[in-house]
Design a protein around this ligand. Sequence first.
Ligand code: HEM
Length: 492
Amino acid sequence: LHLRSRLPPGPSGLPILGNLLQLPTSRTWLTFDKWSKQYGPIFYLNIAGQNTIVLGTHKAAADLLDRRANIYSDRPDFVVLNLLTGGMHWAWTHADDLWKRQRRGAHEALSAQTAKEYFAYQETESIIMVDQLLTDPKNFLAHFQRVSTSLSLSIIYGWAPVLDSDHPTIQQIDHFNRHVLVSAVPGSFWVEFEYFKWMKYLPKWMCSWRQYAEKRYSRDSVMLEGLSANVQKQIDAGEETTSVAGKLLQNTGSLFEAAWNSTSIYAAGSETTAAQLAWFIQAMILYPEAQRLAQEELDRVVGPYRLPNFDDHEHLPFIRATVKEILRWRAAAPLGVPHRLNQDDHYEGYFLPKDTICFVNIWSLNHDSELYGHDAEHFNPGRFLDADGKLKSSIEDTRDEGHFSYGFGKRICVGRHVANNSLFIHIAYLLWAFNIVAEVDSNGKPELPDPLQCIEGLTIRPVPFHCNITPRSKDVAEVITQAKVERIGEGS
Ligand code: HEM
């Protein structure tokens, strides 16, 4: 009985509202990082009656979310999001039978082995990306958005590259995503949680947001199912190209479930990759030495007369370390996605009640100086390499990633192999082709962005910044044009 009452420590709150009003409105991970240092590796918040814990060390996170994954893999009840998606966006649903089926299907279509089938899409898109940067380097953020969206459409629906980000289907899907995800971003997380559960019992005529959400859901599902129905038609006609939707349709037997599985994967995958690329550019401006070392490796292994490719993967440890370091230094989702405990539990003498919501402060784990040393705040791919320049054996509890940015347990990011491959090839192309440097102001001083400033949404991105992206040699344009002609044809 004594144990039951002992919740983990945390900031003291108000009656009824608990800690709700103490929650920061921005950069929550930095406040949580401070609280972890003050209260310990596991601290407790009462958010208007909702039990919540925040884990601030890799040991606490792995002990609970990995080693007790069978009881820590549920999600909170995202009321509005589930209405907008008919409860079909499985990244956000409870760990029920539907989630298990969808996750298994996604796992097969995105496994380390299957991910190799998408190499050609990733190389083609990288060619288009560097080609667009040659002619229009200032709009690099827009090119990253395009490349992630277009690549997602290729991998998921087998589409040919979409060169124009104003394409109506892209606009429609992105509109859907923005809508759905806005209901799940941290900040509105707090109002989304369980304590608003009663809202769903209100009669329809009393809540216009509910009618709105249901109307949107029926409209969006027609559009989203249409994308998979087209793939089904191609399969029937024997004209299918490799795609996630194709695999799901063949393994699932339900167009509806396969379609929503594809949508969920699309939604989880495209924003994140674009955000990591934007942080990469910022790192290159702020840490020119890392850029120089990466380019030295590319010059040695690839040389100036051809583009890098996936056969070079093994021989480019510095580029692979750069991918790891980008994900560690600025994880796209610094608080991950919350899990929920589905039965009473005890840990380190504390009582954790059933239905407690569990956040891992991925930011704290990735910046832990005990794991990463005194320069943990800085971008330094070299930390992943040994004295011979080979990748070191990985940090404990990271499944060989070297960072915690893909989450935990049974909910760990199912797209991480595809994400690692996309970042690898995009970054290899960017550094092979370009020098990426700060712009210089009228006094000759470099304009350096502040890497703690960010735009928050479901993912964090740098505040838009300027930089100079210029070809490294006069051969660059010719090699890119040649590759483009070979891959996409003359008329491109
Ligand atoms: C580029 C960087 C990416 C990062 C940093 C990232 C990060 C994450 C994180 C933190 C989670 C939640 C894990 C948890 O609950 O513990 C997650 C889940 C997920 N990710 Fe990713 N992700 C990335 C790319 C992708 C890509 C490319 C795809 C698809 C191709 C994808 C598909 C998913 C899906 C479907 C889930 C939901 C898993 C579940 O709830 O069972 N992600 N990701």
